[in-house]
Structure formats: structure tokens, C-alpha cells
Design a protein around this ligand. Sequence first.
Ligand code: MIC
Length: 652
Amino acid sequence: MALNLAQKLITDHLVDGEPVPGSEIAISIDQTLTQDATGTLVMLVLEALQIPRVKTALSAQYVDHNLLQEDNRNPDDHLFLRSACQRYGIWFSPPGNGVSHPVHMQRFGKPGATMLGADSHSCGAGALGMLAIGAGGLDVAMAMAGDPFHMRMPEIWGVRLTGALPDWVSAKDTILEMLRRHGVEAGMGRIIEYHGPGLDCLSTMDRHVIANMGAELGATTSVFPSDDEVRRFLASEGRADDWKPLEADTDAVYDISDEMDLSALEPLIAKPSSPGNVVPVQDVAGEAIYQSYIGSSANPGYRDFAVPAHMVAGRKISPRVSFDVNPTSRQLLLQLTRDGSLATLIAAGARLHQTGCNGCIGMGQAPATGRASLRTVPRNFPGRSGTREDRVYLCSPETATASALKGTITDPRDLGIDPVDIRQPENPSIDDSLLIGPVSDTAARETDLVKGPNITAMPTFDPLPSSMALRVLLKVGDDISTDEIMPAGARVLPFRSNISRISEFVFGGVDAGYVSRASQCRENGHIVVAGRNYGQGSSREHAAIAPRHLGLRVVIAKSIARIHRENLVNFGILPLVFVNPEDFGRISTGDEIRLTGLDGRALDEDSLTVRLEHNGGDVPIPMKHVLSPRQIRIIRAGGLINHYHMQRTSPA
Ligand code: MIC
């Protein structure tokens, strides 16, 4: 049977289940990626599971998020991670080496391999013809321990690209066009596979831009074929031997077929405060800006800095704009330094920041109150920049630079500058000298984990009771992101390895009273009710573990984003979805909801009825859970760690 590329990648790694859309499958994982903000918990889990050494072909740990060393906490985490890498056989990429996703793709990514990453943007490596999926840290830890990764077989959404991008329109506009057409939920339960003649105008790093922000469409991942362009890319990284050709069979079919003519695209911009709020740049042109920011995993390539350098050469940035340059990696910084692009940017008035995720995750560069900030980053959820009432726009490096020069939102086509076609240099600077490889088994066994005072053990959680009567402590609307559930940023990120402390920030920007209300009924537990696409965005499992620590036992929503739903399950929180979305309106904060029979039929079948006590009445509300039998066992056990131990002590 003719297969598309995503089906080939899945079939090659299938260890359990039928690859029929919607049914649970298990796939083997070749590589894992962790970054510091999620990696500390992953390493603590490996310790708790007493794993001697990772079983993957390759696991790599990057330090790119928690770079501000305001006190001992972040640097203590860096040392802990370094020791854990040595202990468990993992590559270590230290602070300063660069943003995990592009570095991983450049130095380790392999066409045909699977990669599970504890970061939602791990999907960027799909640019190489890999099956690269973002997941919660617990799932990644299990993959490192040698377990397969479970997911529902996604539908495959084929997008045939035709034409070629016009001048001043780039890969970022392509993914913004996908978001403009389809919105932030369209990719749920789907893999997006790009194919067709339009690929010819997209370099591998351009494809990374598109695959990276597939996360913003809610997609499981995105894939591109491994073609001559990927061969060229790997050869330029000195890794020609890692290339192999991979593409869909000629007569392959897709569950959903779509087409995009690249020649018809124009510069686009996502307005505050959703990546799905996309309009043509022309529609908002002229609005004054305060900041313009280039860099991040969403625009990590050489051209994403070299094109801005070309644009500002011999010109000056508007005096009212902070033009923040965030180089992706040390390797890229060396390249930009050697070829003079960096000097050009600085001469024009750019502010140079260290290599890393930086302001993308609210680690510095927060914009001033009420002032517009244009960024090439992937997300603009409310408050994510660090400024509560922020106004962050997402755009291409071309639009960010044109606007920095003018001081107002500017369509780069209106600048009157000659267009350039800058691609990855054929012989880029390659520098792996900071990467530290795994050590021998003997050296690993002799390594002690280095734990600073802020690194605490994973909390333990009770199994699911057979019945519960819980109060609704919070009701929120549609599209609540994990940034709103568990904020990141310079103030909160240093507590990623201290669950009790980080819990103090849960829902901080949404409802300042939530933590104290939850703490008051912590033993009994509580419910959060939400609208559509609850938990969109990051893979941070802290958005599940910290509310669980505060007593969250059930989430009831109109729909729940993929990674967050898995994280809820992994920490023993029951995710329920309304059968009739209009029932959302019947529940109010403070209501009591009763759930019974959770040890029996109520969960074994996909539909259950909860009883709502409201104004003295008793209202039945039908729910579904869409959980597999494996996930139900995990929730009943009180989460994945308990389940893991139970399986080892009493095999079924
Ligand atoms: C993000 O872009 O939201 C992050 C920060 O990279 C997260 C991971 C995290 O919260 O540590 C992600 O995308 O998964």
C-alpha cells in the first residue's frame, strides 16, 4: 500500500497498536531532547526510577532557558544537569551553546529517526524528515528508560506547496498563513506533512521555522521529506553520512488534503495575544512600536539574522525602538561575527543578547507597559513576555527589521531596499567544542548527582479515589495556555526543580486568589472548568504537577490540548470533556460536583455522568474522557510514576 511519509515513519517505529487514526499506538524512540526548564524534573524521575543509563540511541540535554543567574538557583540547576548527564549517559550542551531545537537538528538530527522532546517545539526537527514530537517530561523520561511512546494515531494532513515565496516574504509568513487559515486548534490529533514543488524554495532551516510553529496549530508534529536540500544541509554540517532520502510514495493519500500557493503569500503578523490572530502586515502598518526582537527557535537560521543585517547596513534603527538581537547558537554567533553581519547589526543600533531562549520565555527583555513589541518568537500568549498587559506581535525577521528601522509596524516591501536571497553558507562555522558527550559506564557509575538547596524531590500523589465530591475553584474561558496556568519568566522559572515553591505561582495572572483557595481544601481536592483548547502551548508538566500539588483532581473542559492532556494523566488528574459544550454555562465557580464509580464502569466506558449540585438542585451532566485503558490505569494509580512502580512490583 502506498504510504505518505508520516505513515512510513510511524510504521517503521511501531511497537504496538494499529495505525488507524484515533486508536492508541506505541512507537519506539531513537532520540530524546531535554532542556533545562523541563530537564531537571526528567533527571529527578530517572533518579526516582533508578535507571542505570538511558537506553535511547542518543539523548541530549540543553541549557538554554534558565540563563539569567540572578542567584544560586539557575546555576545550581546547570550543575545538577551536567552531573545527571554524566550519570545517565546523555550529551550535555552547556549555557551559551545555544537553543536546543536548532542545535539538535544541526548536530544530532537524523532523517528517518524518532525524537521525543520535553519541549513543545521539538517538532521543529520534522524539517529533516524525522518524526519529532514534543511531550511532557515524564513521557520523555520513560522513553529514556527504554519504554515506547504512546499516542493516538494522528490523522495525516497533507499540505501541497506550490509556487515560490515572493521577495520579502519568508518561511514565517508561510506558517502564519497556516495559522490565519486554520486557527490554533486545527492541528489537534493531526500530523502536518508538507510536500510538493514549493519545497524547492525552502531551505532546511526555513522548513524548521514552519515545523516549529506547527505546535501553535496544536499539531502532534509536522514532517518534511528528506530531499537533496536536507542532504546539502547535513553535508554543510559535516554530517553527509547521516543523510538518507525519504519521501511519500507517489500515489500516497492523506486523511486531509490541502494546498498552498507560496507565490500568493504576503507579509503577515499575529496580533496580541494569540498566534492565531493573524492579519496582513498592511492592516496594522503605521502603529508605533517600542521593541523589535529577532531570534528564538521559531526563526533560528543564519538567514534570519543575515537578512536583517543586510537590511540595516548603513542605516540606523529608530531611536524609539529597542532592537533586540538574540543569536540562536554559539556556532551561529561565530558565523555572524566572522562574516561581519554582527558588526553591521550593532553599528545600526542593535542590542546584542546572549545565545538562548531569553525573552521568548520571559527571561528578560520584557516590554514596557502598553507598548507594542514585534517578535520573531513562536508565541504571544498574554503576559508571556513578562509584562502582564503586554502587546506582543509575531512576525518574520524582515517585518521585525523593517519596523525597527521605521519605528512603526512596516511592511518590508515598503522600505525600498533591494531584496536579497541569503541562504545558509555552504561551509558554515562548525563548533562542537562545548558539547560534552556521554562517559563510560564505569565513570558514570562513579558520578554523584550534584544537587543545590533548591532542588527538591518529586512529590508523591495518592491513587484516584472511587468517588469524590469536589468544588469548582476556577472557571476559565477558551484557549487558556500553559503560560497562564503555570507562568514562566525570570521570576518563576528558577523554581522548576522545586514543586512546592513553584506552586505558589499557579494561575497567578488569571486569578490571584486561586492558590489560597486551593490550599484551604488541598486534602479534599478541587476541579477546574475550562473552555476550548485548554492547556495550549508549552509541554511544561509543571502546569499539571503544580496544580495537582495544590489539590487539583479533575479538569472539565470543552477540549484539552494534546500535551497538556497527557501531562494531566501522567500526574493522576482526570481530564473530562463535555459531551454537550453548552453544559459549560451550567457550572459556576463554587459549585460542588460529585463523581462516583471511578473504580469501575464510570471510567471503563468512555461516557460518564457527573452530578452537579447547584442552587440546592442536583443536575446530571454527561462527560466523556477519551482515555485509553492504559491511561485509565495510570490515573487510577495516581500517575505514571506510581503506575511504573506498580507494574514492576506486580506484573499483570
Ligand atoms: C515554551 O516555548 O513555551 C517553552 C518554554 O519552550 C516550553 C517548555 C517549558 O515550559 O519549559 C515548551 O514549549 O514546551
